[in-house]
Ligand binder design. Structure first.
Ligand SMILES: Cc1ncc(COP(=O)(O)O)c(C=O)c1O
Length: 419
């Protein structure tokens, strides 16, 4: 049987900066990808180059034309990456702000009355945007309930709350706490069947680095990506809006294009770095025997990333060689249980050690993870479980089985301290 692991991890890792060594701390395994993925070296070079360009857009000179070409290329590349032939691609301040902008525009543009529907699995970014604009527009904000045991929200849980008067709905594609994926296409289809005019906004922020995005197949109206979680950098969020959402009134400079989602001068470097991200997926797909078009190569890359990460997550949960996995280590409890469906994230507790100490223990052994607290970010998941905190280990396709082994060894040491 063909190995599910990516065949040329050295070449892949070589494309990223600070893979094995933190510039502040020294050697470490990076299992903090859900907080921000490693940056492509090409993104760093592009960012530095664009930071140095003084010219502005819309002028009659070669520099200005080059900047505008970079913006157009970035939008085209993003469309291919998202598989979003219609609508508009735009950049905003960051993922949270893009979600607020999409939800605000949908809530203000939708027919009056009705309800807004989200879920308890959502990150506070979309959930807060929905709460705010439901309040402003005088609509109830209804929530589909996630399942504490499996760490996800099912189409059936949404179905219970879907009514013909739905105006705006939000779906998180992957939970940043449980790591569990959500069936966006099916939920969107169920909403469409009952409330065809409902505007559906998807938070793809935690999903984007783990593979396949197919907006054309989802039947949605808005999608948000945080580029720093998909190998680019901080400083911008990337959004897509459908034709019908784009047609709604938006904040705009008087006299500007009514299609424009963006305010003020664009950061051409943001678009250029997103082209680097798409170029990376394209390169990865090509090295895997890829397909004739960039989209086909991106899909090839996504499939391979998924297989690699599933194998790695399987090892984290169920063991690697003669090492035990988290699922069978005494005292370890997994948020969302030991089942399939995780996209790169495992959150867990150890009965004998507070989460903060376990993060420190792992840090001391060169494994970078992160504590998640029962606060305004993760309380929706941890609160119902009665937990104050947990540890999040999060991987990406450039992580190796050897790194998983080091993590499991460090975990065994922590578990052993209980004995
Ligand atoms: C699912 C999800 N949505 C939204 C956000 C917020 O993204 P940003 O930090 O780019 O605003 C995060 C960040 O962790 C996230 O994981």
């Amino acid at each position: 049987m063909q190995s599910p692991l990516l065949p040329h991890l050295d070449a892949i890792r070589d494309r990223f900066a600070h893979v094995e060594t933190c510039p502040f701390e020294g050697k470490r395994v990076f299992f903090e990808n859900a907080g921000g993925a490693l940056r492509l070296k090409s993104v760093i070079e592009t960012s530095a180059a664009y930071a140095g360009y003084a010219d502005n857009q819309g002028r009659d000179n070669p520099a200005s034309r080059a900047l505008m070409a970079a913006i157009a290329r970035g939008k085209d590349d993003a469309r291919i990456f998202l598989n979003a032939p219609g609508g508009e691609v735009f950049v905003g301040e960051r993922g949270t702000e893009v979600l607020f902008r999409l939800v605000r525009t949908a809530a203000l543009g939708a027919a009056p009355g009705g309800v807004m529907l989200g879920s308890t699995l959502e990150h506070p970014a979309s959930r807060s945007a929905m709460a705010r604009w439901a309040e402003v527009t005088g609509r109830p904000h209804v929530l589909a309930l996630h399942d504490d045991a499996t760490g996800t929200v099912t189409p059936e849980a949404y179905a219970e709350k879907i009514t013909p008067d739905l105006r705006v709905a939000t779906i998180v594609q992957t939970s940043p706490v449980t790591g569990m994926a959500v069936d966006v296409a099916r939920i969107a289809a169920m909403i469409r069947a009952v409330a065809p005019d409902c505007l559906i906004v998807v938070d793809g922020i935690q999903h984007a680095s783990h593979g396949h995005i197919d907006i054309a197949a989802y039947g949605i109206d808005g999608y948000a990506v945080s580029p720093y979680k998909v190998f680019s950098r901080h400083g911008y969020g990337l959004g897509w809006a459908s034709e019908r959402l784009t047609a709604f009134t938006k904040e705009a400079v008087i006299g500007g294009s009514p299609r424009n989602w963006e305010l003020g001068t664009r950061d051409a470097g943001a678009y250029a770095t997103f082209s680097d991200v798409v170029g990376y997926f394209n390169w990865l797909g090509a090295t895997l025997g890829g397909g004739d078009t960039p989209r086909a190569r991106i899909e090839t890359a996504a499939t391979a990333i998924h297989a690699h990460e599933a194998a790695m997550m399987g090892a984290i949960l169920n063991g690697l060689g003669n090492r035990r996995g988290l699922a069978t280590m005494p005292g370890v409890a997994l948020i969302g249980g030991p089942g399939d469906g995780r996209e790169g994230v495992a959150c867990f507790t150890l009965s004998s050690m507070p989460a903060a100490d376990l993060v420190a223990h792992l840090n001391a052994r060169g494994i970078r993870t992160h504590i998640r607290l029962n606060d305004h970010y993760c309380g929706n998941i941890l609160g119902p479980l009665g937990l104050d905190a947990c540890v999040r280990a999060s991987i990406c396709h450039y992580n190796t089985p050897e790194e998983v082994g080091r993590f499991l060894d460090a975990m065994e040491e922590a578990v052993g301290q209980d004995a």
